[in-house]
Design a protein around this ligand. Structure first.
Ligand SMILES: [Zn+2]
Length: 146
């Protein structure tokens, strides 16, 4: 038996489904994980699935974070951050401004402003298409650039 088969092979008790009331988004989800759920929600909408329970859970989760936590910077008050490190090879996502990993002391690679801005723009746009406010609305995001 395969460890990870097609979802159709798992049977009716395989876990939460998109239509169930079971929580798909963990209560302690990080901003990055919430962003990944938004991508899933967007993909579902593109193939014609509604995912109402998932939508509700994402909206609840996203409210726990500020725009800076979700986007890496606050587009209303500052330019794209130039001090956001990539996740360390050890798996730790270090805080903004760190140049060495808090856990393993490796030097961290810093994201370019362009990459930070593109990620924030894409996250804001996709979440907006799903009807989810990801820190701020796309119009507000772009207002500083137009
Ligand atoms: Zn590390």
């Amino acid at each position: 038996m395969r460890a990870c088969g097609n979802w159709r092979d798992r049977g009716p008790n395989a876990g939460p489904t998109l239509g169930s009331r079971a929580s798909l988004v963990p209560n302690d989800a990080s901003p990055d994980l919430v962003a990944k759920f938004i991508l899933v929600r967007y993909a579902l909408s593109r193939i014609g699935l509604r995912g109402v329970a998932l939508q509700s859970q994402i909206r609840t989760a996203v409210k726990l974070f500020s725009a800076e936590e979700l986007l890496g910077f606050n587009p209303v008050i500052e330019p794209p951050a130039n001090d956001l490190p990539y996740q360390c090879d050890c798996g730790l996502k270090n805080q903004r401004g760190r140049t060495f990993c808090k856990q393993c002391r490796r030097r961290l690679e810093i994201k370019s402003r362009y990459r930070v801005w593109m990620g924030a723009l894409a996250g804001t746009y996709v979440s907006g298409r799903c009807g989810i406010l990801f820190g701020l609305a796309i119009r507000t995001f772009l207002s500083g650039y137009l």
